[in-house]
Structures are given as structure tokens and as C-alpha cells.
Design a protein. Structure first.
Length: 177
């Protein structure tokens, strides 16, 4: 449960920032709707995007054998853009975002979403680790977890520090005495 809360919260903050950038760079009117649109987009990215991506990949896989390597990269890029377009369209339909203009309102925002998703993919582990630490600090989870660490977990942590197991450490101590 914690993992989902942390992932949702960190992605929500990132999506709100991306939506504000979309509102700033395009004639899409995001404004205060960025909060609700961020929640909608985050839910779509977590639960709908993987389904749509898998469906589009299954459709594209039927002709994959006839494509060159460059053709496959182009198809993958087109599929990513199509998924971003679907997510953007559903976000607009389910939130208070208003669009004016076909090119600037429907084509450019999915491209900005793709760039945002690429950035998030690069930094998501660090962002989620920070959000997890904040969650633990807010709920007191880290203090509770530290006291209940098993002996095997503690031995594993010691091994990570110096690369030696407990038995190897004892053998080296015996050599020194």
C-alpha cells in the first residue's frame, strides 16, 4: 500500500508540473484545473497507460517481422505518441482543461507529455525514494521498521558494509588473535 501511495503522490506532483508547463507553452487553458487534471492524469498513467500501450504493441506486433530496425524504432515512437495522445485526450475530457486550436491544443501537449515522461523515467527512482522517506517520517514507519529488523537483515547490512559474511569476519578475527 505504501508503495502505491508514494508512487501516486510523486507522479501526481510531477504531472501537475507538466500540466502547468503545458498550460504555459500552449493555448490549453489549465489554470487551477491542474490539480484535478493532475489526479486524473496520474490515475490514467498508472492504470490506463499500460493497458493502452500493451494493446497498441499487440496490434503493431503483427507486422513487426516485415519492418527494419529503423522502421521498428519509428513504430515504437509513433506508439508512444499515440498513447500520450490518448492520455491527453482522456485528461481533457475528464477534467476542466480547455483547448483551443487543433495543432497547439491536441498535438503539442502529448509531445510535452512524452518529454515529461522521459524525464520522470530517468528520475523516478530518486523521486520515489525521497517521497518514501517523507512518508516514513510522517507516519513514523522508519523507526518502527528499524527495531524489527531480523538478524539475517542485520547480517546482510553488515556484509554490504565490508563485503564479509559473519563467518568470514569471525575467521579474520581469529587470525588476528
Amino acid at each position: 500500500m505504501k508503495k502505491w501511495i508514494v508512487r501516486f503522490a510523486s507522479l501526481l506532483v510531477f504531472n501537475i508540473v507538466v500540466l502547468l508547463i503545458v498550460g504555459w507553452l500552449t493555448p490549453a487553458h489549465v489554470g487551477w484545473s491542474a490539480l484535478w487534471a493532475g489526479i486524473v492524469m496520474t490515475a490514467l498513467v498508472i492504470w490506463v497507460k499500460p493497458l493502452v500501450s500493451a494493446w497498441f504493441r499487440a496490434i503493431a506486433a503483427t507486422s513487426a517481422a516485415r519492418r527494419t530496425a529503423l522502421g521498428e524504432k519509428l513504430v515504437q515512437g509513433f506508439l508512444a505518441a499515440a498513447v500520450a495522445f490518448v492520455v491527453w485526450l482522456l485528461t481533457v475530457l475528464l477534467s476542466g482543461v480547455h483547448i483551443s486550436g487543433w495543432l497547439w491544443g491536441y498535438v503539442l501537449p502529448p509531445i510535452i507529455l512524452l518529454i515529461g515522461w522521459a524525464i520522470y523515467d530517468v528520475i523516478d527512482d530518486r523521486v520515489e525514494a525521497q517521497a518514501s522517506a517523507l512518508y516514513d517520517r510522517a507516519t513514523g514507519g522508519s523507526a518502527r521498521d528499524a527495531g524489527t529488523a531480523s538478524a539475517a537483515q542485520q547480517a546482510g547490512r553488515r556484509e554490504l558494509n565490508d563485503g564479509l559474511t559473519d563467518e568470514q569476519r569471525r575467521m579474520l578475527d581469529d587470525l588476528g588473535s
